[in-house]
Design a protein. Structure first.
Lengths: 130, 456
């Protein structure tokens, strides 16, 4: 599954925020295929805040809906801390999304490794550019 | 001095030309003269009428004892007859309603006479009856309509309103009729859009349809209404129909949200299926191996979905999840496994997480463990414990009668699901151990408000 196009994520330390277990496993495996390092997986916004503090990840994949709650609060906190992240979403459109989050890279479910790689790459590039 | 001849000739002309049937009766109540209208009414020539008793006219159909008595009274006492009404079959005229008026005309030097006027009011009565019927029909129609209707005069005062209007807007009839529409219910009908519709639009066109107006009413709260109006120009009235679509709009919003939620769930299911397929492929040794494992996992997912859809309260019984999973691999309760514990109702997310774990435990047991050898058994037991201010479910899976040589077998997809899914999704702990006589697995997770105290 790995090739040179996925190299930009090699050794990147990624935190997965995803409440569905199967989706989480899939993301973890895809990230492993992309040679990234999954530093942790969380299922709630509260656990995300703790895990970010603990692991200081390079980037986060954030499911927009964690246990039925929009994760925009957690997203804004990540933005404030300057941690790159991508939205993983089951919705075509993000409902009630704060304007400052409108250009966060998105990966829609079902996630493909190409989409995931591209979105994370975009998030990380933006960070280094800004 | 008045010109007597002129007056007489004018009177004669009036009598001759009026459409009102008139006759003069003499002291014996015999017809002295009759005008053309009277002749027309009786379908007779002067020769057939003049000189005959009034009561004998029209083949005796006018022989009305009471009328005769009253006519005599006119003569003798000067007592006028005012709208004496006769309703009967007048032979060739058919069934008619006649009204008779009579007065005495005094004559110096000769006997008094009676001026008799007959009016056929049949048609008038019929119309009046019909009109009343139509009015009643209209009123009943208006009252029976479920839409709120209010009839306004052109001065925008309420002429009337129907029951639906009073019911819907909680105003009293006494405080409504005759009032300006804007004054109703303490001025709560003073709605700018309504003013515009009634004062600007309606004068220009004779109706408007389905204007949506939103307004906060004092008593009934925020309402969304569709306004329809018709000008009734010949009556100087306006009919305003008000359809309260608040609930309908609310329902539509709910419906949209529900569709969105459904779409979300479907996408989730599909993404789970896809994740299952990818994960299963990673750990498969070939297409057949993949297909068997994938189909079994898909089955587990489908079984939980079945339970979720079937359970009207969206709660799923723990025991049912266990029995369905074990029966899916052909295990018989009492022989191959035991299941002991109280009735526990799980939320869909808990049910899904647990079903996934139970499925992987069952699959392992059917492939390598207690469900793969005769004489071995799975003992399943669960209990609820109050701890840390909430209920926790402790679930034990213990296989016995199996020989396990390797206490630390390689970790595949199934083991990963068993070890990680519950802690991840429900925030609990999982302890999976490989004892020499079989697998032991303890699940422990918080159970938010799902306990039922009666044992099953």
């Amino acid at each position: 599954m790995t090739d040179a196009t996925h190299a930009p994520l090699a050794n990147c330390r990624i935190l997965v925020a995803e409440d569905e277990f199967l989706s989480r496993m899939l993301l973890e495996d895809m990230l492993a295929d992309l040679k990234a390092v999954v530093v942790g997986s969380v299922g709630t916004p509260a656990a995300l805040v703790d895990a970010v503090r603990e692991h200081a990840p390079d980037a986060v994949t954030l499911d927009v809906n964690l246990r039925g709650q929009p994760a925009y609060g957690a997203a804004l906190a990540l933005q404030e801390r300057g941690i790159p992240f991508v939205f993983v979403t089951g919705y075509d459109t993000l409902r009630d999304c704060p304007p400052s989050l409108s250009d966060v890279p998105r990966v829609s479910k079902p996630v493909t490794i190409e989409d995931l790689s591209a979105a994370l790459g975009q998030a990380l590039t933006r960070r280094s550019a800004g | 001095m008045p010109d007597f001849d002129a007056t007489t000739s004018i009177s004669a002309a009036i009598v001759a030309t009026t459409a009102h049937p008139l006759a003069l009766l003499d002291g014996a109540l015999m017809v002295e003269s009759a005008n053309p209208a009277f002749l027309g009414l009786f379908r007779a020539t002067p020769g057939e009428i003049v000189g005959r008793r009034f009561s004998e006219l029209g083949n005796g159909h006018w022989n009305d004892g009471e009328l005769r008595r009253r006519l005599e009274h006119v003569l003798s006492h000067g007592e006028r007859i005012d709208e004496y009404r006769i309703e009967r079959d007048f032979g060739p005229l058919g069934k008619r309603i006649m009204v008779v008026d009579a007065d005495r005309i005094r004559r110096a030097g000769a006997g008094d006479r009676v001026l008799l006027a007959v009016t056929d009011v049949t048609e008038r009565e019929r119309l009046r009856f019909e009109l009343e019927g139509q009015k009643e029909f209209a009123e009943k129609l208006i009252d029976s309509v479920r839409e709120a209707l209010v009839v306004l005069g052109w001065d925008l005062r309420v002429h009337s309103a129907n029951k639906s209007f009073y019911d819907c807007f909680k105003v009293a009839r006494e405080a409504t009729e005759g009032r300006l529409i804007y004054e109703l219910g303490n001025g709560q009908w003073d709605i700018p859009e309504l003013r515009q519709l009634l004062e600007d639009i309606l004068p220009k066109q004779d109706s408007f349809d389905d204007y949506q107006v939103q307004h906060d009413f004092e008593v009934i709260g925020r309402r969304i209404m569709l306004l329809n109006a018709r000008r009734l120009d010949h009556l100087n009235l306006i009919v305003l129909a008000i359809r309260d679509v608040t609930n309908q709009r609310r329902f539509e919003v709910q419906q949209r949200a529900l569709m969105g939620e459904l779409q979300h769930r479907v996408k989730n299911i599909l993404s789970n299926v896809r994740a299952l397929a990818i994960q299963t492929r990673r750990n498969s040794r070939g297409l057949d191996d993949f297909f068997r494992a994938f189909e079994a996992r898909l089955g587990a997912l489908a079984r939980t979905q079945d339970l979720i859809v079937r359970s009207p309260t969206d709660r799923i019984e723990l025991r049912e999840i266990i029995e369905r999973e074990l029966e899916a691999v052909g295990a018989a309760r009492g022989k191959d496994y035991s299941a002991e514990g109280p009735l526990v109702l799980l939320t869909p997310s808990h049910a899904q997480a647990l079903a996934l774990t139970v499925h992987e435990l069952t699959t392992n047991a059917a492939k390598y463990g207690a469900l793969s050898v005769a004489g071995a058994q799975v003992e399943i037991a669960w209990r609820i414990e109050g701890r840390d201010g909430g209920d926790h479910l402790t679930f034990d899976w213990r296989e016995r009668g199996v020989r396990i040589d390797d206490p630390d077998p390689p970790s595949g997809f199934g083991t990963r699901v068993i070890r990680q899914s519950l802690p991840h999704m429900l925030g609990g702990t999982v302890d999976l151990a490989f004892h020499p006589d079989g697998v032991a697995c303890r699940l422990d997770f918080p159970l938010p408000g799902t306990r039922q105290d009666n044992d099953s």
